[in-house]
Design a protein around this ligand. Structure first.
Ligand SMILES: C[C@H](O)[C@H](O)[C@H]1CNC2=NC(N)=NC(=O)C2=N1
Length: 118
């Protein structure tokens, strides 16, 4: 289990600190399968998870929804046949916050407990 996933999320407000370039590089070592992307000028973390069918993809989507609700921090989720794209960023700061890395690590743990196609 990665240490990052065990850390607590902070309430994310407009004045919350954006992750620095150094922090991003350090946090990413715990979540090597996530892509660092920029969309509409906003840095985001994204990973595609593959499954054997739509039902399993939907079940995973709901599990990720549960950890998001628990933490009060929410991803974009695109559920397709055999595939879920999970994208984390912090809306309040239009950037990446430590919370996004914590939730990405927890998403990996949820994925590990599922039967996946990859
Ligand atoms: C009030 C509530 O905690 C905030 O609106 C939270 C909800 N979930 C959130 N999720 C994400 N990803 N970014 C946010 O800024 C955010 N804000």
């Amino acid at each position: 289990m990665s240490q990052l996933s065990e850390q607590s999320c902070e309430a994310c407000s407009a004045d919350a600190p954006k992750a620095t370039r150094e922090q991003i590089e350090a946090f990413r070592r715990d979540i090597p399968d996530w892509q660092l992307i920029e969309r509409d000028g906003i840095m985001q973390l994204e990973r595609v998870f593959t499954f054997r069918n739509f039902k399993q993809a939907l079940a995973f989507t709901n599990q990720v929804g549960d950890i998001a609700e628990e933490a009060g921090h929410h991803p974009a989720l695109l559920t397709e046949w055999g595939k879920v794209t999970v994208t984390w960023w912090s809306h309040a700061i239009k950037s990446l916050h430590k919370n996004d890395f914590i939730l990405a690590a927890r998403t990996d743990e949820v994925a590990e407990s599922n039967v996946r196609a990859d």
